[in-house]
Design a binder for this molecule. Structure first.
Ligand code: SAM
Length: 314
């Protein structure tokens, strides 16, 4: 099993690693995963570069030992949630940083391991926690949430048009016995979709429901907003941020966050002088998101939905 890093060349280019040929600097890889981006940065980033990586998944942390041996002091891995990036860096005595990468979502290691419960391609326990030591699993949510909360999760995080019907079906099914397996949930959702419609659709009918549950279980959008806030706050002027998102909810959040930080005056139009005092602290480097080429999606279909946005701290 392996994880192919997505939009690797664009990520490295926007992080402007050539800066570290002459001067030392720290780049935070907030989503270590299989270390694909981190290794490429260390190999191609000049001797002054130190990569501090973060991952909330203890299995990802376990994979970092080989890199520590190979790169010594130039590499460190911190276990934890990037929402708490400030505290994680403080604990290492790291103040300002020079670069920041978020390659969001899940790794191939997570989705391809049936026991983690991220995918209905393999039958497994409905867990979906990136850090299995913390929080409610998907089974817990499906067993305990009221029908209205389930509908809200499916609608908001999955943009699922059948949110209400799926929520009701879950409540009906759990009255008989708890929903604990990925394939069980996928079949329950598929059964709500007429066969003709199922044949027309490119995606399995449970895709959006699985996305919604994963986002809810890991509180992904709150973590992303907190991580961006904390991480961009730590960037030195001239420091770079690169974010790779894999679905429209994430990408919209990143786009709006970047726009807010890049905004100049927010006074109503027509005022002769500015009263709001808003000072932009980010310059957006990607007027449109960078997307994978057809060659990349052919070689790595999981890159299909990736959208990269980058900025530089003012
Ligand atoms: C797409 S993978 C990263 C892959 C990596 N760039 C590579 O090339 O191997 C995303 C990783 O981010 C981690 N992750 C997601 N949300 C996180 C969060 N809030 N805090 C820390 N790690 C997170 C996941 O556990 C997963 O390992």
């Amino acid at each position: 099993m392996t994880h192919i890093p997505v939009l690797l060349e664009a990520s490295l280019e926007y992080l402007a690693l050539e800066r570290f040929d002459a001067a030392p600097g720290v780049v935070v890889d907030a989503t270590f995963g299989g270390g694909g981006h981190a290794v490429a940065m260390l190999e191609r980033g000049g001797g002054g570069l130190r990569v501090v990586a973060i991952d909330r998944d203890p299995e990802a942390v376990g994979r970092a030992a080989a890199l520590q041996q190979r790169f010594g002091d130039r590499f460190a891995l911190l276990g934890g949630n990037f929402a708490e990036l400030g505290g994680l860096l403080d604990a290492q005595g790291i103040g300002r940083i020079d670069g920041l990468l978020f390659d969001l979502g899940f790794s191939s290691f997570q989705i391809d391991t049936a026991g983690r419960g991220f995918s209905f391609q393999h039958d497994g326990p409905l867990d979906m926690r990136m850090d299995p030591g913390h929080g409610r699993s998907a089974t817990d949510i499906l067993a305990g949430a009221e029908v209205g909360e389930l509908e809200e999760i499916f609608r908001r995080y999955g943009e699922e048009p059948r949110a209400r019907a799926v929520a009701r079906a879950v409540v009906r099914a759990r009255a008989e016995r708890p929903l604990t397996r990925t394939v069980e949930l996928a079949n329950l959702v598929a059964a709500l979709v007429p066969v003709r419609e199922r044949l027309r659709q490119r995606l399995h009918p449970a895709t959006r429901i699985f996305q919604a549950l994963r986002i809810a279980v890991n509180d992904e959008l709150t973590a992303l907003a907190d991580g961006l806030e904390a991480g961009i706050g730590r960037l030195r002027p001239g420091g770079r941020v690169v974010v790779i998102a894999y679905h429209s909810l994430e990408d919209r959040l990143v786009k709006q966050f970047f726009r807010r930080r890049a905004r100049t005056c927010t006074c109503p139009p027509g005022l002769p002088v500015c009263h709001c005092g808003t000072r932009p602290d980010l310059e957006i480097l990607t007027s449109r998101p960078v997307m994978p080429t057809p060659a990349e999606t052919a070689a790595n279909p999981r890159s299909r939905s990736a959208r990269l946005r980058a900025g530089v701290r003012r």
